[in-house]
Design a protein around this ligand. Structure first.
Ligand SMILES: C[S@@+](CC[C@H](N)C(=O)[O-])C[C@H]1O[C@@H](n2cnc3c(N)ncnc32)[C@H](O)[C@@H]1O
Length: 229
């Protein structure tokens, strides 16, 4: 099946000089280096490869990813995001936190492109948790085929999550919410954890993403779905 582009822009405003500098200095140290062919294990990209590995898809400016990486120093995180200005913002947060000698100690590694080009290369049952906070909703009917969450991505997610692995998806778009819940019925092995309304109303770890804040200001609420395999 042809996959349609699920993201908007790769580039926005020109980066400020210090952002450009951080981008060219720090990104090569934190970007995943994936071989064209042969086996590859993403755990080997981290200073402590045996820690539980998480993936965040579409981290935007990375506030949720960065805060989680500090909250859970005994876990590793991969962030996938093709939007370079967002990547530059996250790299700036990382560079302000770690001194220039220690960025490789940072427990985040980055893939600055479409996650679908990454996930197919991840070995089976390798990931502890996958977060997809507020994927682009593509509300117009003619754009719906661009939605990231579809059967083929969920098949890959099921393959790469370990037993007991977690999948967390948030959206502020009721139509997308409904579509995701319908899609998840194809995967009954994922158990939806909600037992009461507050379970799907609270942001994970109490961290609001930038997109969630925008949605709240516009009078929309976020729905937080948590599934366990
Ligand atoms: C609506 S924004 C939400 C950003 C952030 N998660 C937040 O909540 O503030 C969706 C993000 O997903 C990214 N995205 C869309 N398709 C993607 C893909 N195939 N791989 C990785 N990221 C993707 C977009 O570039 C965009 O930054």
């Amino acid at each position: 099946m042809t996959e349609f582009r699920s993201f908007g822009r790769r580039r926005g405003r020109k980066l400020r000089p210090y952002q450009s500098e951080v981008y060219s200095d720090l990104l090569p140290k934190l970007a995943l280096d994936i071989p064209e062919e042969g086996c590859w294990d993403p755990r080997e990209a981290f200073a402590q490869p045996d820690l539980p590995l998480n993936l965040e898809i579409g981290f935007g400016r990375g506030e949720y990813l960065f805060q989680r990486s500090l909250l859970f120093p005994q876990q590793n995180f991969i962030g996938a995001e093709p939007y370079e200005n967002g990547v530059a913002k996250l790299l700036t947060s990382i560079s302000e936190h770690y001194t220039s000698e220690t960025p490789s100690r940072c427990n985040i590694r980055l893939f600055v492109d479409d996650v679908r080009d990454l996930i197919g290369k991840i070995p089976n049952k390798c990931l502890h948790r996958i977060d997809i906070p507020f994927p682009d909703p593509w509300p117009k009917v003619r754009h719906r085929r661009r939605r990231l969450i579809n059967t083929s991505l969920l098949q890959q997610i099921r393959r790469v999550l370990c037993d007991g692995g977690q999948l967390c998806i948030a959206t502020d778009h009721e139509d997308y919410l409904e579509a995701i819940l319908v899609l998840m019925q194809q995967f009954p092995e994922f158990r939806w954890q909600a037992t009461k309304a507050s379970d799907w109303q609270q942001p994970w770890y109490g961290i609001q993403t930038r997109y969630a804040e925008k949605a709240l200001r516009a009078g929309r609420r976020g729905y937080y779905l948590h599934f366990v395999l």
